[in-house]
Design a binder for this molecule. Structure first.
Ligand code: SF4
Length: 418
């Protein structure tokens, strides 16, 4: 998947043309590793309104303030990018691993700990990070211990509590008890855990200072952000954009329905529903469109949008960890109903199924799945009518929205809408 910058490249500075940045190249671009005290780091993060770049968009300064400093504290980089549509974190860890490591080490030093863990699903990120650590051991030996771990590839296994459970030897699914990682995380120790891009943003913040960091982007979320763009978009792949870029600038011309925020995200009918919105998380959240991990997809007009939604809904149902009844049975029943609509048949219980998922699990999977489907059904009103009248729309399923290893479960096949 390609990586490019629209506007000022920061995270991806130099790498969009030059490939993976080794330590010498990285230092040339970003300068020497710098450190700030915990108070300084939290104050800087607060000044630039830095938000986590995983799903929850939690304020980084608040999280830093919540972790007790000390030698027992753990720092966890969550690079477990488990949504098949998202490629931004693995792109970052593969092409510019030292930026992620600089951020993790800056946090560890601020917290007074030497324990850093980087958790990744994919082989490319793992190899790149391991190579980066070897370079450091030769050129800049560290007092910190940095472990790079491969983790389970299931969708819900990337959720931080599932990740912590898996790293501690348990099943990599969210626990039923909601405990904050800042209180009890890795090995039961207080843990500062955040997404890989968040650590890279912290490294930039430490290297640049607040003035330069805040010189681009939206006042509500200064700086740049990484997105993964799919389908009928201006530039497919991973892009770095300033956060004040209008969202519709990524989606030129007319086109089909747009998904914002990936497989736990929300659909809108078309680009007109996005007018006036930038890509900053606070603005999108206020508009009811959480950006989550930064996936934006527009379906081409010539594909069957309902077939794409059905495939992902089946995939999401297959991702349930099977430990909460409403999630296990509710997502499967919902996927069945969406399949009925695809084939032009009635699904009278679909509204009740959606309601039955809201707030009913140990993690966000049922709510995210319900949001994905309910907004799709709203956005695809005309397509639904066509399927109801004719048993299909005559357009093919094209697999624009990628599925994971369990993808075959969700295949509806070309012409499945007929
Ligand atoms: S809500 Fe679903 S995915 Fe989440 S823990 Fe329960 S069964 Fe697993």
């Amino acid at each position: 998947m390609s990586a490019t910058a629209l506007g000022t490249a920061r995270l991806l500075a130099g790498v969009t043309r030059g490939g993976r940045a080794d330590l010498v190249t990285h230092r040339h671009r970003h300068g020497p590793q710098r450190y700030r005290s915990l108070d300084e780091l939290a104050a800087d993060a607060a000044r630039v309104l830095l938000l986590g770049r995983g799903g929850a968009a939690f304020p980084v300064a608040t999280k830093l303030a919540a972790v007790p400093a000390g030698r027992a504290t753990q720092v966890l980089v969550n690079g477990s990018e488990s949504e098949p549509a998202s490629r931004k974190d693995r792109t970052l860890m593969t092409l510019t691993p030292h930026l992620v490591l600089d951020g993790a080490l800056a946090v560890a030093r601020a917290l007074g700990t030497r324990h850093v863990t980087v958790a990744v699903h994919d082989a490319g990120s793992h190899a790149s990070l391991r190579a980066a650590l070897e370079e450091r051991s030769r050129q800049e030996p560290l007092p910190e211990r940095v472990d790079v771990c491969r983790t389970a590839g299931r969708f819900v296994s990337g959720e931080v509590r599932a990740l912590l459970r898996g790293l501690d030897g348990g099943p990599p699914v969210p626990p039923s008890r909601r405990t904050l990682p800042t209180e009890s995380g890795l090995h039961g120790a207080p843990t500062f855990a955040s997404n890989a891009e968040t650590f890279a943003q912290l490294a930039l913040l430490v290297a640049q200072g607040t003035t330069e960091f805040g010189a681009v982007g939206s006042p509500e979320e200064p700086g740049t952000t990484l997105l993964t763009l799919l389908g009928d978009v201006r530039t497919r792949g991973v892009v770095e954009v300033p956060t004040d870029l209008p969202l519709d600038a990524l989606l030129p011309g007319e086109g089909g329905p747009v998904l914002v925020g990936g497989y736990h995200g929300r659909w809108v009918r078309d680009v007109h529903d996005l007018r006036g919105l930038g890509v900053d998380r606070p603005g999108l959240r206020a508009a009811g469109l959480p950006l989550n991990a930064g996936v934006v997809a527009r379906l081409p007009r010539e594909v069957c949008a309902l077939a794409e939604v059905t495939a992902v809904t089946r995939w999401l149902a297959a991702q349930s960890a099977g430990q909460c009844g409403p999630c296990l049975y509710g997502t499967a029943a919902l996927a069945h109903d969406v399949g009925e609509l695809l084939h032009g048949r009635a699904a009278p219980a679909v509204e009740a199924r959606l309601l039955g998922l809201v707030g009913r699990g140990a993690c966000a999977h049922p709510d995210g799945t319900a949001a994905f489907v309910s907004t799709a059904l709203d956005a695809l009103g005309e397509d639904l009518a066509l399927h109801r009248r004719h048993g299909g729309c005559g357009r093919p399923y094209a697999g624009v929205l990628p599925l994971g290893p369990l993808g075959q479960v969700g295949q509806v096949g070309p012409g499945g809408a007929r």
